[in-house]
Write a protein that binds this ligand. Sequence first.
Ligand code: GLN
Length: 196
Amino acid sequence: MGVKIGVLALQGDVSEHIEAFQNAVKASGSKAPVQVLPVRGKQDLDLVDALALPGGESTTISRLIERKGLHDPLIDFEGGIFATCAGMVVMASNTDDSRVHTLGRMNMSIKRNAFGRQRESFEADIGISGFDEPFHAVFIRAPVADRVGPGVTVIGSIAEGAVALEEGMNMALSFHPELGNDPRLHIRFLKNCGLL
Ligand code: GLN
């Protein structure tokens, strides 16, 4: 019983996401029993109500998704998906790298590694619609959305493009909220999914 949140565990950045969701549930004050579990295959996916798609290398993550037979199950997954960085690339309708077989769960086009060599990694305080205070965001070889179709709401952007987006219960972020201590985006996602 209780809510189960999965973290796709194919490449890395998994324990950070597990901890961030656990902290977010605690910070929300919810007393509902919540479990956060790694998802390595279809059987695990069937157990969870929402899923995080971590960062890493989107070409590799895409290849592993196909190898594990998860491409179609992820397209059909009925819960919301919380996608960060490489996860955002995988969520899109298309990206500028044909090695990534995108899931098309969000109607947007993604430019990978959008900040070039000089700004490979940086931190910035960005405005998120609905938040009173800026969100301190850590960007690591980050993508941006350079086309956003109907159904997608941009909730945060910087000069290079959109970096935080929502479509239904799905949320895509160019940056890594799991690396900070700010639980607001995790809480917002879980509320959008009706899990908090
Ligand atoms: N540059 C990576 C990619 O496009 C994403 C980097 C990350 O997830 N931190 O796959």
